[in-house]
Ligand binder design. Structure first.
Ligand code: HEM
Length: 128
């Protein structure tokens, strides 16, 4: 028997759907981030994020089956992501992560990952 994946240990699809949902609830109230999402309805973006995270953490590969290789840096290239956007994105994600009802060590692992991933998505130089 192989070790259970992070996806399984964190509660599977329900957890990642909950995370994506509360993240986008925060985005919908955020004056910096909301205008960056062109679609009227954030449901599509919420679904893409949930599927990506499920795949990344060892769950089903529906994201790549439907959207191809993630190439997240490339997919973010059309958006201006400087320190402001990075910080606001992480602030929204922090609220979503701390609300998850999962073991503290799993929350910490998720949060560490998001800080690293958000940093790697920046595509604008710092002005100072
Ligand atoms: C650092 C600040 C970030 C900003 C401002 C940002 C903003 C955006 C925007 C505007 C979109 C397009 C919305 C859409 O899906 O239609 C998007 C897509 C997406 N973002 Fe981010 N993002 C950030 C970081 C991240 C990070 C750290 C991750 C993953 C850990 C991530 C995962 C995704 C995914 C999976 C999509 C959908 C890609 C696709 O299949 O088209 N983003 N993001």
């Amino acid at each position: 028997m192989s070790e259970p994946s992070f996806y399984e240990r964190a509660g599977g699809s329900v957890t990642f759907r909950e995370l994506a949902k509360s993240f986008y609830q925060e985005v919908s109230k955020n004056d910096v981030l909301r205008p960056m999402y062109p679609e009227q309805d954030l449901a599509g973006a919420q679904e893409r994020l949930a599927l990506f995270l499920e795949q990344y953490w060892g769950g089903p590969t529906t994201y790549s089956d439907t959207r191809g290789h993630p190439r997240l840096r490339m997919r973010h290239a059309p958006f201006h992501i400087g320190t402001l956007e990075h910080d606001q994105w992480l602030a929204c994600m922090h609220k979503a992560v701390i609300n998850l009802e999962i073991a503290e060590e799993l929350r910490e692992e998720l949060w560490t990952y998001f800080q690293y991933a958000a940093h790697s998505m920046k595509n604008q130089p710092d002005l100072i």
